[in-house]
Design a binder for this molecule. Structure first.
Ligand SMILES: [Zn+2]
Ligand SMILES: [Zn+2]
Length: 289
């Protein structure tokens, strides 16, 4: 039976004697002996210093040493350049994997944080933290807390904007203005015009640049103010639109009484019924007023 510890003939036992000091102490060879019969090693010259171990030009480098930084002054490596490159690559891959694992753990423990940081392009603070998160795979509790309060503030701001927008929409629901113009068109008017509250509103034909748009002008001076597409007004602020929308017939009648003319067709109110009503009865029917 062969003892696995039995030395083979390949091993040079005599070389061990090189490591016995005169007083009889045995100092085994270092892991990578630089000399000796057992120094069966291949050295790969350092490409940075061409094997000299000295920093080029003889000056001290940024670490205050004249030694080559790459090989620590040795002038050589015990591994080939390719092995070193492979080792670096494996290390980089391990690091990338660890970063991804850490990030996964962080994201699971802190739902919504990553997504918020990515979306918060308006905040330098958040972009800073996102860079740190990408670099380290996680954030400190303190940083997470800061992100959470930013998220809350941002949500509160968004809620208040939405509320304002909702309120603005409700304040000026132009549906009734739209409705009377569509009724007029359905009654056969090609380009109905309505006058009231210091405004002249005219509906664009269905074929054209802004089909069905309601153009809003001032009555005096014929100044263009804006237009209503559907029920959405865009243009200069015109509070009178809200008044008209709130009471289309009332504003038409008020205008008719003031000028003695019909708000819808502009003709003089002559017959007693029209004068009494403040609006032409046929127009009122056709416009649904
Ligand atoms: Zn070197
Ligand atoms: Zn009329």
């Amino acid at each position: 039976m062969i003892n696995p510890n039995t030395p083979t003939d390949d091993f040079d036992w005599a070389s061990l004697e090189d490591h016995v000091t005169p007083d009889g102490t045995f100092t085994p060879p270092a892991r990578r002996p630089s000399s000796g019969k057992d120094a069966k090693v291949v050295r790969f010259p350092c490409p940075q210093c061409q094997g000299t171990g000295k920093w080029r030009g003889g000056h001290t480098n940024q670490h205050g040493s004249s030694h080559c930084f790459a090989c620590k002054g040795q002038g050589y490596f015990m591994t080939s350049e390719r092995d070193r490159a492979n080792a670096r690559q494996s290390a980089a891959q391990r690091k990338t994997r660890k970063l991804a694992d850490d990030r996964k753990v962080f994201d699971e423990a802190n739902p919504g944080i990553s997504e918020f940081l990515v979306s918060a392009t308006w905040s330098d603070f958040c972009q800073d933290l996102l860079a740190k998160l990408n670099q380290y795979g996680s954030l400190s509790e303190r940083q997470v807390g800061a992100v959470r309060s930013t998220m809350e503030r941002s949500q509160a701001r968004r809620d208040s904007w939405n509320a304002e927008r909702e309120a603005a929409k409700q304040a000026v629901d132009l549906g009734p203005i739209r409705a009377m113009f569509e009724t007029a068109v359905a009654s056969g008017h090609k380009r109905p015009t309505y006058r009231a509250a210091g405004l002249v509103i005219n509906r664009a034909p269905d074929h054209g640049r802004n089909p069905g748009a309601l153009y809003v002008k001032t009555e005096e001076g014929d100044e263009y103010l804006g237009k209503i597409i559907g029920t959405q007004y865009s243009g200069k602020s015109v509070p009178a639109l809200a008044a008209i929308a709130a009471d289309p017939r009332g504003e038409a009648v008020a205008w008719g009484r003031k000028y003695g003319r019909c708000s819808c067709c502009g003709r003089e109110l002559s017959d007693p019924q029209s004068v009494a009503l403040g609006i032409g009865p046929i127009c009122a029917t056709k416009w649904g007023l």
